[in-house]
Design a protein around this ligand. Structure first.
Ligand code: PEP
Ligand code: MG
Length: 585
């Protein structure tokens, strides 16, 4: 992976400026608190033959202690801990319990007479290198998990537990900015007791845990800074810009003033946006817009509700199936779906059936399709695995007793897939009935529009289904023949391409004619820069990450929907690119 990190003066005179990737928006000004990194201070020495066994035992104990600590943390999380932490801590403790890690590290102690710390860092480097050459960005970043758990064991071996020695030394009242090589989920848990102004790390990318957890804590974060931990000292004054990824070290008073102003203006904007939480999402010409939330785990329903969501527009159920060695049972799935339905208290909850394949696979699934994005994924996978599909459908039907559940089928391209899904639902109803298990009948069935073939020939689908949801992430990928995960062609991934917009417009118009609701649940629904364009296409239902909802609502309330429809239709008729600036009032 190429590194984007650099350092220089960034146009701020003599101020040292480092460039990373801003992964959580916001500005922070504070003093650096450098996090200890046991891996950087490892001692290397040789073990005498007669001490080899004892050294292996020392390693074994340290692995068990570190794993035990992680498990204990996972089961006693405070109520307000970020929801991602539990699963992440469990994954980390499983990594440490892996018999191969102990065995292969002991082999280094036995064969090369390395001390435990040296053997462990050597083994860790080997594993991290194996991850670093993986094609998938998500998997590549999982090498960070290995480094983080090894760091934890090294701390146990050294007997040191303090993460931030400067914390105690800092002047009371100063905001502290954590500067680290990397921050593991367990470290995040330890750090969250105190309020930090920002997190800055040498390593990591947008899907690293530091980014995920910082996002859920709403703390600005810049990752992938390269060598900030080496270049900055405890107590240095830092400015972190979570928008641009710039970090300024010991800036002048003038630069500090500039950033204090930006910080205040941003805080003002956020406070103003917060006032919109209970305001209706209605355009200037009185069109009521539905704003719903995309979630991946049941716990996120609370954030959706807090953001004022009208419902759940997309629950990506596959996340219940990933990162584990077994399949979730019907009862486990039922509990998960029912908890979301109860939280949403009567609002619609749209649960997408398993969308596995392409970039999302079951653990231990080693089948590699020739082209996973075009292979046995999503509904194709479910219809090919009827038992697994039936289990999910039964859980969904049972959960619908508690409120308003809608079933959403991903990756439909043929009408016979709709018919087969209906038959599978009917069979699930019969099997529940036969065993006397209560469930609700007449559940709404909808499909994701993410394959161009379906969008072009949408009419029979709109007649056969109760609702549609346009998955623009995949629709763009398949329309433009651009792998959405391939950074080499990322510049060609263009949501504004007239062909993409025509497919969206055609789908919306056909749904309107068939009298069924249609939403957009791909990433563009949460991008407030294109809200007006989507309104202009006639969209009235948007589903997005809860954090994006207020920005989109603000745009909705400033827009004149019918005027936008005229402008957008005339550009689309000519297959012209839409000029977003021309859509503002
Ligand atoms: C989409 O394709 O737009 C979508 C919402 O589904 P996912 O991102 O999970 O593929
Ligand atoms: Mg999709």
């Amino acid at each position: 992976m190429t590194s984007r990190s650099s350092h220089g003066n960034c146009g701020f005179g003599s101020t040292l400026c480092m460039q990373g990737q801003g992964v959580v928006k916001g500005y922070a000004i504070g003093r650096a608190a450098i996090m200890s990194a046991a891996a950087l201070e490892v001692v290397h020495y040789r073990i005498a033959e007669q001490d080899v066994e004892a050294e292996c035992e020392r390693l074994k104990k340290a692995l068990a202690t570190a794993s035990g600590e992680l498990q204990a943390m996972a089961v006693s999380l405070p109520d307000d801990a970020p929801r991602e932490l539990g699963p992440l801590l469990t994954v980390h403790s499983l990594l440490l319990d892996d018999a191969a890690l102990l065995q292969e590290t002991c082999d280094l102690i036995i064969n090369r007479h390395y001390n435990a710390e040296w053997a462990l860092t050597t083994q860790g480097q080997l594993l991290a290198e194996q991850f670093s050459v993986m094609e998938d960005e998500y998997l590549r970043e999982r090498g960070a998990d290995i480094r983080q758990v090894i760091e934890r064991v090294l701390r146990v071996l050294s007997g040191s537990t303090a993460l931030l020695p400067s914390l105690e030394a800092g002047d009371a009242g100063d905001s502290l900015i954590v500067v680290a090589r990397d921050i593991s989920p367990a470290d995040m848990l330890k750090l969250r007791g105190a309020r930090f102004a920002a997190f800055l790390t040498d390593l990591g990318g947008p899907t690293s845990h530091t980014a995920i957890v910082a996002r859920s804590m709403n703390v600005p974060a810049v990752v992938g800074l390269g060598h900030i931990r080496m270049l900055v000292r405890d107590g240095d004054i830092l400015i972190a810009d979570g928008f641009t990824g710039a970090v300024l070290v010991n800036p002048s008073e003038l630069v500090l003033q500039e950033y204090r102003q930006r910080q205040a203006a941003y805080a003002g904007d956020r406070a103003e946006l917060a006032l919109l939480r209970d305001a209706p999402a209605v355009t200037l010409d009185g069109i009521q817009i539905k704003l719903e939330a995309n979630i991946e785990l049941p716990e996120e329903a609370v954030a959706a509700l807090q953001a004022g969501a009208d419902g759940i527009g997309l629950f990506r159920s596959e996340f219940l199936f990933m990162g584990r060695r077994d399949l979730p049972s019907e009862e486990e799935q039922y509990q998960a779906y029912a908890s979301v339905v109860r939280t949403m208290a009567g609002r619609p909850v749209t649960i997408r059936t398993l969308d596995l394949g392409a970039d999302k696979t079951l653990d231990g699934d080693v089948t590699v399709a020739t082209n996973p994005a075009l292979g046995l994924r999503a509904i194709r996978y479910c219809l090919a695995n009827p038992e697994l599909f039936a289990t999910q459908l039964r859980a969904l039907l049972r959960a619908s007793l508690h409120g308003h559940v809608r079933i959403l089928i991903p990756m439909i391209s043929h009408m016979h897939e709709v018919r087969a899904t209906k038959q599978a639902i009917e069979a699930a109803c019969e099997s529940l009935e036969a065993s006397g298990v209560p469930f609700a009948r007449n559940i709404s069935l909808g499909a994701m529009v993410e394959i161009p073939a379906m969008a072009i020939a949408i009419e029979p689908f709109a007649d056969a289904l109760d609702f549609l949801s346009i998955g623009t992430n995949d629709l763009i990928q398949y329309t433009l023949a651009i792998d959405r995960g391939d950074s080499e062609v990322a510049d060609l991934y263009d949501p504004m391409h007239p062909a993409v917009l025509r497919l969206i417009a055609h789908t919306i118009n056909s749904a309107e004619r068939a009298g069924i609701p249609v939403a957009v649940c791909g990433e563009i629904a949460g991008d407030s820069r294109v809200t007006r364009m989507l309104l202009g296409l006639g969209l009235t239902e948007f589903s997005m990450h809860p954090q994006q909802m207020l920005d989109v609502k603000k745009e909705v309330r400033l827009a004149h929907s019918n005027a936008l429809r005229v402008k957008v239709a005339s550009a689309l008729n000519r297959a012209e690119r839409i000029d977003l600036a021309a859509l503002s009032n």
